[in-house]
Design a protein around this ligand. Sequence first.
Ligand code: PMP
Ligand code: GLN
Length: 385
Amino acid sequence: MPTFPAAVESRLPGVGTTIFTVMSRLAQECGAINLSQGFPDFNAEDILFERVAHWMRAGHNQYAPLAGCLALREAVAAKVAALYGTVYDVEAEITITAGATQALFTAVTALVHPGDEAIVFEPVYDAYAPAIELAGGTVVRLRLAAPDYRPDWAAVAAAITPRTRLIMINTPHNPTATVWQRDDLDQLAELTRGTAIVVVADEVYEHIVFDGAAHASCAAHPELAARSLVVSSFGKTYHITGWKVGYVLGPRALMAEFRKVHQFNVFTVNTPVQLALADYLAEPARHLGLAAFYQAKRDFFRDALAGSRFTLLPARGTYFQLARYEAISALPDTAFCEYLTREVGVAAIPLSAFFADGRDERVIRFCFAKNEATLAAACERLRRV
Ligand code: PMP
Ligand code: GLN
């Protein structure tokens, strides 16, 4: 291969490969149990695969409509109306996306102008800031402070300026496993009232909230729903992260802008999978049962680590568990995760990856979306360190 004849001027000079890819690769190289990148090690139900095959064989293999297959938009609208009491118009207010990542990127690209400010909360999911920067926006980072990682609403009020275009929120929260309350949404509504600020609400873990708590969705908050793009992902809900299908909800004026970009960065998402998901969504028990399913895994994992020297933080939602390790090691969190992967045989994610300045709270993240046998084997190793 000949070399490119000039220096490549990067549009993301500070960005390397995402920590999820880095740690999954290291886990594979070392033959470690991979509790780093968030994905299940168990399969979805056969019936879902049968529906995909059915729609493929029935000839549904050409482009779906730009907004997504009508059957899937209808199924999403019905689910959202049942859960959150808000009726989104299937023609103008729901779009099927190639996963949540694309939905978030498209939302930011559609809304952020050069010089605009976008508020995010650190520790922050790694996809948000690069999207804002590529759009020419300024990332305004607010801190969710340990140990309970709650938003500081006075700090949000102080950070809002006439240039604030977006506030990006995530509940249930990756990586801290915290869950916002209705009261948080009320505060957000109050602070944005009378402004043109758009809320981008990453709710990919909407069905994974524990201990009987309810998910506080922006879709369920009429005032916020009117200024929000709400993002979800079938990857999380149906154990199919590799399928990369999600959706976004929003009022028609926002969705019109979203679709202007969506039509040129993906146009539309694969057809037979959408039709299969529409069939699968018809049974609400499949998403309503998810909280209990993952709560059992959370409890199993936490119980199995009870005899270890890790200190477990509360885990109220998502399929992640944060842990402190200061009783075990004085290493920085990235070095500790490398040590765990190489020497102990269990991969995890350093929390510092979610801070722009690499802030190290000596906390790491485990993913417990695994079979009990996997969790048991991992915990057996983790109890020995
Ligand atoms: N947002 C958050 C908070 C996530 O954890 C993830 C992936 N785990 C995504 C977005 C991306 O979802 P998808 O795989 O559907 O792109
Ligand atoms: N969201 C997943 C996590 O937090 C990873 C997705 C990805 O690898 N981009 O682990």
